[in-house]
Design a binder for this molecule. Structure first.
Ligand code: ACO
Length: 427
């Protein structure tokens, strides 16, 4: 490569069991640990990493130095992983999505365009393979906009005071709750998540490592099994799981006993409230912390004192990029009938162009156009708009989306349908 002399860009065979390719594979994983300041592999960590990476069918890209002095030649100076998933884009439609993670560049090789090279290659291959969308979560907010990714969903970190002030206006019916070992609950969690994925806008396939986290088999950040994890499953009248919570008591970090909710999913609002009633009723718990509350959250309106809920932080969650404008826009739900030519500027080319979007009865037809555009935006703004996590009008007011007042009004009525997306999948 002339642009990066002395470096070789390649993928590593994720299924390699032995020999030089296996050494490169393990060294790739070690490079990611180094890049994110995590523990080195021991036998258990290496085997878990191999198992889950293979289960996802990840493509592992990297850059290796052609020659080294002291450094291990198997260790890449840049890493980048991607694999295929599905995302719910609204209206019960699932689209294939390129899921991207594990991007690291060694401090000795930063700011020479290695990330740019790897992401350009991956997005090109994903587009050629027919993926209409790509997603990632970010370590910093200033990196991925230039590659066409915009923040598309948000999550709230909350603390809920579950002492005497916690009460519900209208408590849900009592369902059946069973406390089970997390490993026993895992198949139920998978069933509930599968249904959640089919029905909730913004829901995204979970990588294989979720089984490890939610069963407490291994805490990736702590580097040992998480033996304090507990699980409760809610069963419907026919005995089928329709909700669960996974939680851990973390003691008294200050003067209040704290429960950390690791995951809570319910297939109906009533089951959601029932699970909250359960965690709030636990003895020796004053406060429940949760990092994945939705932006608009029924619990806040269900409690008699809204001040029992404190939002401690709002985080961007999923960053999304459109690779195929017609396929992506035609799959999502639309509101009012209308017709607008949308101009998208995309430095990488995938979404670039003018697109006539015609909505009839909640569905869009999208074709290339040479007509004057009604609204204009960059590819990252299209990514932010796509799942409905932010309104057209808000982006217009932020000077991120241009156009005539009439076209902006029409496009707002067409595009802003709700419901807000909700994505809890970290990767
Ligand atoms: C999906 C994920 O995995 S998120 C995790 C990302 N990884 C990390 O945060 C680990 C620590 N950081 C790193 O490993 C590296 O610094 C990376 C991966 C963030 C960047 O890698 P580099 O190879 O240095 O990036 P590269 O040189 O290709 O830069 C590409 C562009 O992004 C910009 N950029 C890169 N890093 C940053 C940053 N931290 N903040 C702002 N801009 C950045 C560059 O200025 C460049 O801009 P330009 O091309 O428009 O001039």
């Amino acid at each position: 490569m002339t642009e990066h002399p002395g470096l070789t860009f390649a993928t590593v065979d994720v299924d390699a069991e032995e020999g030089p390719e296996h050494r490169r594979l393990v060294a790739w994983g070690e490079a990611v640990s180094r890049g994110f300041y995590q523990q080195r592999f021991d036998d258990q960590r290496r085997e878990l990493w191999l198992h889950h990476t293979r289960a996802d069918g990840a493509v592992l890209r990297g850059a290796w130095p052609a020659t080294t002095g002291l450094a291990d030649p198997d260790t890449p100076v840049a890493t980048y992983a991607s694999w295929a998933g599905r995302i719910n884009v609204g209206g019960d439609r699932l689209l294939d999505v390129d899921m991207i993670s594990d991007i690291t560049v060694a401090p000795t090789h930063r700011r020479r365009g290695l990330l740019r090279r790897l992401i350009t290659d991956d997005l090109r291959d994903a587009a050629a393979a027919g993926f209409p969308l790509a997603v990632l979560t970010v370590s910093e907010g200033t990196i991925y906009g230039r590659f066409g990714f915009g923040p598309a969903t948000r999550l709230r970190e909350v603390e809920v005071d579950v002492r005497h002030r916690f009460a519900l206006h209208s408590p849900p019916d009592e369902g059946t709750l069973e406390l089970v070992e997390p490993e026993v609950a895992w198949p139920s969690m998978q069933q509930v998540f599968a249904r959640h994925l089919e029905t909730v806008r913004g829901a995204l396939d979970r990588p294989s490592f979720y089984s490890m986290i939610l069963t407490g088999t291994y805490d990736w950040f702590e580097g040992h099994p998480d033996t304090k994890m507990r699980a409760v499953v809610h069963l419907d009248r026919d005995g089928r799981p329709d909700g669960y919570a996974v939680f851990k008591h973390i003691g008294w970090p200050d003067d209040r006993a704290t429960l950390e909710l690791r995951d809570l999913l319910a297939l109906s609002p009533d089951v959601d409230l029932r699970l909250w009633r359960f965690v709030a009723d636990l003895d020796l718990v004053h406060r429940v912390r949760w990092r994945r509350a939705p932006a608009e959250w029924p619990l806040e309106w269900a409690v008699t004192d809204p001040r029992v809920v404190t939002t401690t932080k709002v985080n961007d969650m999923l960053w999304l990029r459109v690779l195929d404008v017609p396929a992506a826009l035609q799959a999502r739900p639309w509101g009012a009938d209308g017709d607008v030519v949308v101009e998208v500027s995309d430095a990488l080319g995938h979404a670039d162009g003018r697109w006539r979007v015609t909505v009839r009865d909640g569905a869009a037809g999208v074709v290339p156009s040479t007509d004057e555009p009604g609204v204009r935006m960059t590819a990252d703004v299209l990514g932010s708009l796509y799942l409905g996590g932010v309104g057209v009008r808000t982006l217009h007011d932020a000077r991120r989306l241009g156009g005539s007042p009439a076209a902006v009004e029409t496009f707002t009525a067409m595009a802003d349908t709700g419901p807000a997306p909700y994505c809890t999948t970290g990767f």
